[in-house]
Design a protein around this ligand. Structure first.
Ligand code: ZN
Length: 312
């Protein structure tokens, strides 16, 4: 039996059979730790589980029999759970053979509505920012681990944790917003105008159409969330949080719709979602969306109300 990190046996042009053994008859096993992002039903009792792993990036694996009440590890393979996995390489999807719980984040996060809604948006954002399966994404993984730990332990306001996760996740993806110097010409700040398209604060000379004027408190909060300055973030008031959240949402939506797609980072599923968002924002005349087409991130941010930011 081969024990190793993603050893041989991943066939090309494989059959649709899930969890088949390698051609030589040996099952190739490997271990990794990860965080469960999402689960989908598969057949009678199985699930496809989307996991962001430490070493293998985002992967989809099969949990056999996990929907049976007698399943030994069904509850460990729920969203938010931080687990150590042993996986058997399959022809199409790898199969979970062992699960150990490292942190049962789901238990505490799901017990609090604010943490749950923010956490759900965090998981979805993590999936959309790691568009390529099996592309190592250690920084995204560590960021997600930190965010879920903060939510589970109630370390900070759940909305602040979500916004910090989004801003820092976009930075890891190569879209760091600029909250001090001008995002266009790098002139020293502070500047009063914010432009989603330009990528942050802009000077009056660079001012593109559609800028907003966030309060200095909101800009200070955004900067603190991006850099992880929690004493400043925790001390912010409700108005600054609302404005910062609206700007963060607009920034994320901009990149999910245009930036990520234009760089071809977005796989098919993300693309469809981005298009459904684009159709939705154009309003009227579009195809009527099923409720499932509205992502948790967009719904949550709509709830927060990104219209709160004063128009310049
Ligand atoms: Zn400028």
């Amino acid at each position: 039996m081969i024990i190793g990190w993603g050893g041989p046996g991943r066939g090309v042009g494989a059959s649709a059979r899930v969890g088949a053994v390698a051609d030589n008859g040996d099952v190739s096993l490997y271990r990794d730790e990860g965080i469960v992002l999402r689960t989908q039903k598969l057949g009678e009792a199985d699930r496809i589980i989307t996991v962001l792993t430490r070493a293998h990036g985002r992967i989809r694996v099969v949990g056999k029999g996990v929907r049976r009440t007698s399943s030994r590890f069904g509850a460990r393979l729920e969203p938010f759970m931080h687990v150590d996995l042993q996986l058997a390489t399959g022809r199409t999807l790898d199969v979970v053979t062992q699960v150990e719980t490292l942190d049962p984040f789901g238990r505490t996060i799901c017990a609090d509505y604010g943490s749950y809604t923010a956490g759900t948006a965090v998981l979805e954002t993590a999936e959309r920012l790691t568009a390529e399966e099996r592309e190592p994404a250690l920084q995204h993984y560590l960021l997600l681990l930190g965010a879920l730990r903060a939510l589970a332990h109630g370390e900070h306001d759940a909305g602040l944790v979500l916004d910090a996760f989004v801003l820092r996740g976009l930075s890891i993806a190569g879209f760091a917003p600029s909250f001090a110097e001008c995002a266009r010409c790098a002139a020293d700040g502070p500047h009063r105008l914010f432009s989603v398209q330009a990528g942050g604060m802009v000077c009056t000379a660079c001012r593109p159409p559609g800028t907003v004027v966030p309060s200095p408190e909101a800009v200070a909060l955004l900067s603190a969330l991006l850099t992880g300055d929690w004493p400043v973030a925790d001390a912010s008031d409700a108005r600054a949080r609302r404005d910062a959240s609206g700007i963060t949402a607009a920034f994320l939506q901009w990149h999910l719709e245009r930036g990520l797609r234009s760089l071809q980072f977005v796989e098919r599923r993300g693309d469809e979602q981005a298009e459904s968002v684009a159709r939705g924002t154009r309003g009227g005349g579009g195809v009527r969306e099923e409720p499932s087409a509205t992502s948790e991130v967009e719904r949550l941010y709509r709830e927060i109300g990104d219209a709160e930011v004063e128009q310049a």
